[in-house]
Design a protein around this ligand. Structure first.
Ligand code: PLP
Length: 423
């Protein structure tokens, strides 16, 4: 197939007529397909259904004797602290296990740093207009947290190995109002890239002008491999070695391991940071849902069985990611009208259209009954400077629906691109 840029007006018009006709048919079909958020599918959730019944009227005590029905315990049952610590290659006292949303842990952490400051620091709110670096495209809800706290966001370009480290090193060294950076180091949302060893080493060795600068290391997809297990370097250990022991907060989540709405999540950091956070937790909460922790402990037992469980998720997800990749390659390959990622894990495929077309493509899809994440959502303040990035979330729809949605998506990319060349 010819590249669109090589087509003459007649060829483009003929193609436009064909695609307009296809869109009339899509609309008539009255479909309602959803590829917005990266959520687990019903059959993935069913993998954990035994967790709903794995406790009983005689089983509510943790290994340390704690009665999980009662008050007590701030940082998680020892059983689940060990599971997270083993998965993240940390010690249990570097881990705090919380409730069902790691996003809530991140929000709280930013909130407290804004109002009270990091350990031995001044409240960020008293220091002027503070800023976060935001590798982009990135996770929209990280940006929403910044918006909520009126934190300025500075986009940082993403490459194959992670964000632009030259830029990050320069900026954090020069500006004491840069207080944080959002990172999704493994199977980044949405690009699916994995930070290289060199990138992670450079993060650990940052020399920020602000002593209260913090890395928000959201390792949401730590164990979400579609194929071979991929390991990334341990940022907490590297920060320790580099003399920056308190510079990083790690977050992780079982939302896409057990039940997305009823999982457990964790925050990990230096022992000193964890002690400081636990002091605050005494004012904030009576502790996490220990029965839910116990359910997870009973169901999973240990880190090795969590990894084995993730292979069951991968078996469900692999065909979906393959379908997306096959369709993009067969329908759009060689046309010069888009580029896309082929992630080895995580929950998303990232698509870049010709400049200025993402909003149009999303609108065309919406008109044909396919809901996509709004164009721009992957950039701070919803502003994609090139209006080109679209996040594809293939995990939730059954294969047949995914195929129908991708068919419409590929046609929308073609139609928007033809329109651009004809304009
Ligand atoms: N972090 C990233 C990078 C995500 O992609 C998601 C969900 O899509 C989350 C965090 C949300 O995690 P949780 O469900 O634990 O709040």
């Amino acid at each position: 197939m010819k590249q669109y840029s090589q087509m003459n007006k007649d060829e483009l018009n003929a193609l436009k007529n064909e695609l307009d006709g296809a869109f009339v048919k899509y609309k008539e079909a009255g479909r309602s397909l959803n590829m917005t958020r990266g959520v687990p599918s019903d059959d993935q959730l069913a993998l954990c259904n035994d967790m709903l019944t794995c406790l009983n009227a005689n089983d509510y005590k943790a290994a340390n004797g704690a009665d999980c029905r009662n008050y007590g315990g701030l940082d998680g049952l020892p059983e689940v602290k060990k599971i997270f610590a083993d998965l993240l290659e940390l010690t249990a006292d570097e881990v705090i296990v919380g409730g069902n949303s790691s996003l809530a842990l991140m929000f709280d952490n930013v909130s407290v740093n804004v109002s009270h400051g990091v350990r031995d620091g001044k409240p960020w709110a008293t220091q002027g207009k503070i800023k976060f670096l935001c590798p982009s495209p990135g996770y929209d809800r990280h940006f929403t947290i910044c918006n909520y706290f009126h934190i300025d966001m500075i986009p940082i370009a993403m490459g194959e190995d992670g964000p632009d480290m030259d830029e990050i090193e320069k900026m954090v060294a020069a500006d004491p109002l840069i207080k944080g950076i959002w990172c999704v180091p493994k199977y980044s949302n949405p690009t699916g890239i994995v930070y290289s060893d060199e990138t992670i080493r450079r993060f650990a060795k940052l020399k920020p002008a602000a002593s209260d600068f913090r890395i928000y290391w959201d390792n949401a997809y730590a164990i979400h491999d579609l194929g071979e297990t991929k390991k990334i370097l341990n940022i907490i250990r590297l920060c320790e070695e580099a003399g920056n022991p308190n510079m990083v907060y790690v977050f992780s989540s079982f939302s896409k391991v057990s039940f997305a709405g009823a999982s457990m999540t964790c925050m990990a950091s230096s022992k000193s940071n964890c002690e400081y956070i636990k002091q605050r937790l005494t004012a904030q909460t009576i502790g996490p849902d220990k029965l839910n922790h116990l359910r997870h402990a009973r169901f999973f037992k240990d880190a090795a069985s969590v990894i084995a469980h993730m292979e069951k998720h991968a078996q469900i997800l692999r065909p979906k990611f393959k379908l997306v990749s096959d369709m993009l390659n067969s329908k759009l390959g060689g046309l010069g009208i888009g580029a896309w990622t082929e992630p080895k894990g995580g929950y998303f495929v990232s698509f870049d259209s010709l400049d200025g077309l993402a909003k149009r493509i999303v609108a065309l899809c919406a008109g044909a009954g396919v809901a996509l994440t709004p164009a721009g959502a992957t950039y701070p303040n919803g502003q994609d400077p090139k209006d080109s990035n679209i996040r594809i979330a293939p995990t939730f729809p059954p294969l047949a629906e995914l195929e129908a949605a991708m068919e419409i998506f590929c046609s929308a990319v073609k139609l928007a691109s033809v329109e651009k060349y004809l304009a």
